[in-house]
Design a protein around this ligand. Structure first.
Ligand SMILES: NC(=O)c1ccc[n+]([C@@H]2O[C@H](COP(=O)([O-])OP(=O)(O)OC[C@H]3O[C@@H](n4cnc5c(N)ncnc54)[C@H](O)[C@@H]3O)[C@@H](O)[C@H]2O)c1
Length: 370
């Protein structure tokens, strides 16, 4: 199979979907790999690094899309890439369709098969291709939040951990999954007072066992959220309902309860965001103010730490790329239900129930085992 890797063109995206060892493994398995020139530059990987491992370096994204049977990416195809998609081609990337109807329409029309990293789910309910990026974003959310709490960045002028004699910041994390747990760990490690909320009581039990004493677990309901956001110096949005738009747990009205100069980092913005006033931003212009509250809503947070993220992502994507390239998508999806669950669009139809329900569309099964 011809596997193609275009350069990522989303604003401030420095990741790439394949590292040289991936090229080596694919070519050893008999596949042909096309890499767009400069694709690895943001992650410190040169064309030579790929070429030395068996890749053919091609001069344009158009050539990658024209020749590749399997396109492997990091972010959803951007509007300028939509005309390049070819019917019958398989694309493996993060799509986050529930937050982007124009993208879904474009992909349906293109006739490609869209395999979404974020809905590949293993038999234990885990999301193996979401986890490493959530680990990065969760840890980074505190690093960014701490920065925007500084006064020159319009924050409250607080040091997250305080100092002897001065109280630490109050950090509220909504959602105790991978992002939330990593955020809580880092914030607690810096000495902040942390509260983490979830609706899954077993998850709260687990978090209460493993997290340090400066983290309090709370059940997530309307009243608790409203009480906690009034105290928050830093609020992290880390909620996920698979495939669906994130529920808006903090309304525009609730925002008035927050302290001036408090910071919201809504990590869940890629699925729509759990704060009503959140709208997508980029690393070049990551924040904006609403009612005196700093909003940080970058949709591709891991992109800024491209080296760490590229390696963390490709560690987990390569086995799937090898499996799909080796067996073809149909056979791979029949024998590996995780891959079948990843197929969101096929033959112009939505094949993920949550995505279809989000837009009131019909859905079809991708394969019999799905
Ligand atoms: N912005 C970025 O760059 C970036 C990067 C990585 C992940 N993300 C996003 O971060 C979000 C979280 O990802 P994750 O990997 O931690 O997901 P996860 O599934 O591990 O965790 C989500 C948690 O939210 C909880 N939850 C659901 N409804 C809730 C509610 N009403 N109140 C409180 N908690 C609730 C779930 O019980 C679960 O524990 C996703 O939207 C993901 O796409 C964004």
């Amino acid at each position: 199979m011809i596997v193609g890797v275009p350069k990522e063109i989303k604003t401030d995206e420095y990741r790439v979907a394949m590292i040289p060892v991936g090229v080596e493994e694919l070519t050893r398995a008999g596949q042909q790999v096309l890499i767009e020139t400069g694709a690895g530059a943001g992650s410190g990987i040169t064309d030579g690094d790929y070429g030395n491992n068996g890749a053919e370096i091609v001069g344009s994204a158009a050539e990658v899309y024209r020749r590749a049977e399997l396109v492997v990416k990091v972010k959803e195809p951007q509007p300028s890439e939509w005309p390049l998609l070819r019917s019958g081609q398989v694309m493996l990337t993060y799509f986050h369709f529930a937050a982007d109807e124009p993208l879904l329409r474009a992909v349906l029309e293109s006739g490609i098969t869209a395999v979404a990293y974020e809905t590949i789910r293993d038999d234990r309910g885990g999301h193996p291709l979401l986890t490493p990026m959530s680990e990065v974003a969760g840890r980074m959310s505190i690093q960014e939040g701490a920065k925007y709490l500084e006064r020159p960045q319009e924050g409250r002028g607080l040091l997250l951990g305080g100092v002897p004699g001065v109280a630490p910041a109050h950090v509220v994390v909504i959602g105790g999954g991978v992002v939330g747990t990593n955020a809580a760990k880092v914030a607690a490690g810096l000495g902040a007072h942390v509260v983490i909320l979830d609706i899954n009581v077993d998850r709260l039990r687990y978090l209460s066992d493993i997290l340090p004493a400066n983290v309090t677990t709370l059940y997530s309901d309307r009243h608790t959220i409203r009480d906690e956001i009034a105290r928050a110096d830093l609020l992290i949005g880390a909620v996920l309902l698979e495939g669906a738009r994130t529920p808006q747990l903090v309304t525009r009205h609730d925002l008035k309860r927050m302290q001036a100069g408090a910071v919201i980092v809504d990590v869940s913005i890629d699925q729509g965001g759990c704060v009503e006033t959140a709208r997508p931003t980029t690393h070049s212009q990551p924040t904006y103010m609403v009612d005196g509250v700093v909003h940080y809503c970058v949709t591709n947070m891991p992109g800024a730490v491209g080296r760490t993220s590229t390696y963390a992502l490709t560690n987990v994507t390569l086995p799937y790329v090898l499996e799909i390239a080796g067996a073809g998508l149909d056979a791979a999806a029949r024998r590996n239900a995780a891959i079948a669950r990843g197929i969101n669009v096929r033959g112009g139809r939505v094949t993920n129930r949550a995505v279809a329900e989000t837009f009131g569309l019909e859905w079809a099964r991708a394969v019999e085992s799905n």
